[in-house]
Ligand binder design. Structure first.
Ligand code: CA
Length: 346
């Protein structure tokens, strides 16, 4: 069985020797001498899914391994957490439009509605609205987001029998629609290794997508009126561009450029999807960079989630803030607030 892996030895086998000089090849392209990278939360195990609520001036994110939803109120620095009872993994959180305290949360293989007041609690219960991958019970959800019209997209990945070893081609990318006690799911992509980053162009006619196993960022034609996706094309290949790490979460800035978290790459890369050029990179003092989102009062802070899960004591000693959310300031660009999901529970 061929396994996708993130362990260093197998990474070399997977990527070949061309990956080794990547740091030197990209360091000189950094254009962010003035940026400052600061840990702004306590470490969690596997931080993921950052979502900026502009109304609340708060960052929501998940810890996949503790099955919790988390909130950072930026002005006060108050960090709160709420585990979802009975969950093996909690994979993304998206607030519901117009209903403060209501969220759609990916729990194992279900999309659940969760009510949370943002305070520390020992356990929350969700109401499952729809489940996917019924024939693959060892899969789990991974990245998900709402499109600019408020439609929820979420993807899955295969089982991970050992840390970093994911059975390939078991995942799918789903669109969720409908209101009330049930959502309907539609699989738009199948045979996905690890469904990950999602972003939409400002004109809303392109969806950007990352299947981590492909080591690429792709673009798909997008019909904003219906949520249908069309022709798919690669826009950036990390191996061809000598970028260290695997593409994970992603966001887009107001210039139409992408910011891509590089898992096991200690960096976020900045890519122009029109010219397919690497514009630069931001070093993060944690290897396992998982996702990114713009936030802050001016939407010019790049929040970066990371993981400490699976790191050895020696690795943790060198990256003591691994698992924290980092704030990158001074980039000179801004993005868009997180998009909430349009969903009525009635
Ligand atoms: Ca991810």
């Amino acid at each position: 069985m061929w396994l996708l892996t993130t362990t260093p030895l197998a990474l070399l086998l997977l990527l070949g020797p061309s990956s080794s000089p990547a740091v030197e090849a990209t360091t000189s392209r950094s254009a962010y001498a003035d940026c400052v990278v600061t840990p702004v939360t306590r470490a969690v195990e596997l931080g993921e899914g950052p979502h900026w609520s502009h109304e609340e001036q708060a960052l929501y994110f998940v810890d996949i391994k503790s099955s919790s939803i988390n909130r950072l109120h930026v002005a006060t620095g108050k960090q709160t957490s709420a585990p979802i009872g009975g969950a093996s993994s909690v994979d993304f959180i998206v607030p519901v439009v117009g209903r403060p305290g209501a969220f759609l949360v990916a729990v194992d293989l279900s999309i659940s509605e969760v009510q949370w007041d943002g305070e520390d609690v020992s356990s929350l219960t969700g109401r499952a609205l729809v489940s996917v991958d019924a024939d693959k019970p060892d899969n789990r959800f991974n990245d998900g987001k709402a499109d600019p019209a408020g439609r929820l997209w979420g993807g899955t990945m295969g089982p991970e029998p050992e840390v970093g070893h994911v059975v390939p081609k078991q995942g799918s990318l789903y669109l969720f629609e409908g209101q009330g006690a049930a959502l309907s799911s539609q699989a738009w992509l199948t045979g996905v290794d690890i469904s990950n980053g999602l972003a939409w162009s400002a004109d809303n006619d392109t969806m950007f997508y990352i299947d981590t196993g492909s080591n690429r960022v792709d673009a798909l034609d997008y019909d904003a009126a219906t949520g249908q996706i069309g022709a798919r094309r690669p826009v950036f290949d990390l191996i061809q561009n000598n970028v260290t790490g695997h593409p994970d979460g992603m966001t887009i800035d107001r210039n139409g450029n992408l910011w891509v978290a590089c898992f096991d790459g200690s960096q976020v890369i900045h890519v122009d999807p029109r010219t397919r050029q690497l514009l630069g990179r931001v070093s993060i003092p944690a290897e396992r960079v998982t996702s990114v989102a713009f936030g802050g009062p001016q939407l010019d802070v790049l929040y970066v989630t990371t993981s400490r899960f699976g790191l050895t004591p020696e690795q943790l000693a060198k990256q003591p803030h691994a698992g924290s959310v980092f704030a990158v300031t001074g980039l000179g660009v801004s993005g868009l607030p997180g998009q909430s999901v349009a969903y009525s529970s009635v």
